[in-house]
Ligand binder design. Structure first.
Ligand code: DGL
Length: 273
């Protein structure tokens, strides 16, 4: 059977990346795993995120994936280098592609980043941006309330607007920001509300398009692009409640998913943070 591309996230956020991957790579098969049961990863320790991410990766390695996409900024920040050095398949995260897109977008080198506490604390975005351009001014803000909101299926309306307005206040520290990176794969689901709060003068960047472009290039370079004639097969797994996961994935996907199931990985009974 043709080997699939594995995509992992702490929950439903990575579906925004999977959606773009399927759009840009329509012949490829994908296996998605969202660790919804232990979401959010943002407030967790580095060690926990590393352990949970490895558990997801082990699950996908048993399914013989040919490439791994870490569609979670928090997991990318804490595990990318380790996974790249230990796995013998190509591994890509979402932080470097996001940083590159922001550099293309900004005209005045004032960039805002919003993400989970873990991602912001790791300093991975400023590092990725400044590796490309030392002159970039970065204002980074953690938005711990966003992911739980999205996992509950709320992305617009009064509650979403209030949470977004309150959370983004610290960005006012730099009134010159012209580009805002959504440094968490859950946040594109709140993009309309975020844009209405920050106004149309600030460009919103999510890393999914650039990540998908990079996956396409890496597959090509490694001779891993699917060359057969069979239709792709997409399998999605969640460690949490299947009904909520199906509802949210139906909202995001136009593509048909062939299989959607709930699975247990690692110590399935680990409590939420
Ligand atoms: N969607 C994930 C990210 O991109 C994590 C959100 C969370 O689990 O806190 O960081």
């Amino acid at each position: 059977m043709e080997r699939a591309i594995g995509v992992i996230d702490s929950g439903v956020g990575g579906l925004t990346v999977a959606n773009e991957l399927m759009r840009q790579l329509p012949k490829e098969s994908f296996i998605y795993l969202g660790d919804t049961k232990r979401c959010p990863y943002g407030p967790r320790t580095k060690e926990e995120v590393q352990q949970f991410t490895w558990e997801m990766v082990d699950f996908l390695l048993h399914k013989q994936i040919k490439m791994l996409v870490i569609a979670c900024n928090t997991a990318t920040a804490y595990t990318l280098k380790d996974l790249q050095s230990k796995l013998d398949i190509p591994v890509i995260g979402v932080i470097q592609p996001g940083a590159r897109t922001a550099i293309q977008s900004t005209y005045n080198q004032h960039v805002g980043i919003i993400g989970t506490e873990g991602t912001i604390k790791s300093g991975a975005y400023p590092e990725a941006l400044q590796q490309i351009n030392n002159e970039i001014n970065v204002t980074a803000v953690a938005c711990p309330e966003f992911t739980p909101l999205v996992e509950r299926g709320i992305n617009k309306g009064k509650e979403a607007e209030e949470v977004v307005r309150r959370s983004l206040k610290p960005l006012q520290a730099d009134p010159e920001i012209d580009t805002l990176i959504l440094g968490c794969t859950h946040y594109p689901l709140l993009a309309d509300t975020i844009q209405s709060v920050i106004g149309d003068n600030i460009s919103i960047i999510s890393s999914s398009q650039e990540t998908a472009r990079e996956v396409s290039t890496i597959l090509d370079v490694h001779g891993l692009l699917y060359k057969g004639k069979q239709n792709p097969k997409h399998r999605f797994y969640t460690t949490g409640d299947l009904k909520t996961f199906v509802e949210l994935s139906n909202r995001i996907f136009d593509e048909s998913v062939n299989e959607l199931s709930a699975v247990q990985i690692g110590k399935a009974t680990i409590e939420k943070a």
